[in-house]
Write a protein that binds this ligand. Sequence first.
Ligand code: BG6
Length: 480
Amino acid sequence: GHGASHVFVILGASGDLAKKKIYPTLWWLFRDGLLPPKTHFIGYARSNLTLEEVKKSCLPHMKAVAGEEGKLKEFFKLNEYVAGSYDKTEDFQKLNKAIEQRGSCNRLFYLALPPSVFETVTLNIKALCMAKGDKWTRIVVEKPFGRDLESSNQLSRHLAALFKEEELYRIDHYLGKEMVQNLMVLRFGNRIFSPIWNRENVASIVISFKEPFGTQGRGGYFDEFGILRDVMQNHLLQILTLVAMEKPPSTSSEDIRNEKVKVLRSIPCPSMDNVVLGQYVGNPHGDNETRMGYLDDTTVPKGSVTPTFATVVLYVKNERWDGVPFILRCGKALNERKAEVRVQFKDVAGDIFPAGEVKRNELVIRVQPSEAIYMKMMAKTPGMSINCEESELDLTYGSRYRDVKMPDAYERLLLDVFMGSQIHFVRSDELFEAWRIFTPLLHYIEKEKPKPIEYTYGSRGPTESDQLMTRTGFSYTGSY
Ligand code: BG6
């Protein structure tokens, strides 16, 4: 018939996330023929907009190229916009009517909404918009999932009272990245790594996230959360679990997430001696953007001590990892854009080469930019020389897989929601543990307001971070 098989509802359709990420992602999936046939889309938000206006605001982010006009038209033909409030029964009845117009279908609700309306919207979905009969409903939510253990638990209880865990898809978009997904294959699909992936052989593991820009006008939002909640408690900790977990009995989402949760449960809260917090100040020699420090952003409250940079050393107290520092490091307004995992191995035992010549092996998984896996290793300097030098076994995706188009994280994740795969989504017990680990530190910062260390926009961040890394077991090789 003419009905839809799936209806994807974007709540908050007029917002930033919807126009920059969700609509473009749905368009790319549609364009590439990846969505189930007969998928329709409904945007919902308070503003009285026409579909034409929604289209206009998304279009700049959709990257449609010449030749795609027809397809794009087709896409928007499957779209509709419904205006309504986030708390009125009548409005959700109207939304439900609009969905029912498309016949009996599976329903996906993407909540691109501020946390303040989360509760009323989910209550209304549950009361008025759930699929009937043999059709399913899935709810996609994104951070912030609360701001500490207690508020997150409250939200979890609220959602658990309304939906089954199988219906809830908590997005951490880092789990949609190629190299993050690759960690499982790298670790469990190779014989060679498994015997050295432990405290006997690993000196330290550094998981870093660097961005070369500041708050970019999002200072108001950012200041309420800070870098620990914005990046570390979610993205970096998720990577840590994939690096540290035991091999799951299978690749099913429950088996994998059971192992991830075990790792988190083995991590004690960090001690303050193992934390460095920073906040960027303007670079007096910079351009208009980089001359602005965090506190110069007019949307940031005066005198804010919110960290824009943090290094935190965590330990996984289990048989495999006891004593190995997991160094999580993230910051805004740094010298480059980079996210990577660096597994540094211990020194060679009984080194026979001249002192200082042999450097530690490192396995680096570069998440972005330019996905790569490379192993830093020693080799004889080629030619007549008898010295050793550091070299690399290098799997850079751009050169090895030249013709593969790397999908955006959101493309994979939204497709997973359609397919019902929860592997790359955060389960409620993972979320609980993630907050448990960071809440004492977050509360300490809120209460004691320790002044973050200043670092200049465009720099490598506070040198205290390097000192902490060295003290806990990372050995600097070269300029890293
Ligand atoms: C988001 C944070 O979750 O991740 C942003 O809120 C950050 O502050 C972004 O910029 C980084 O994502 P990506 O995919 O660009 O590395």
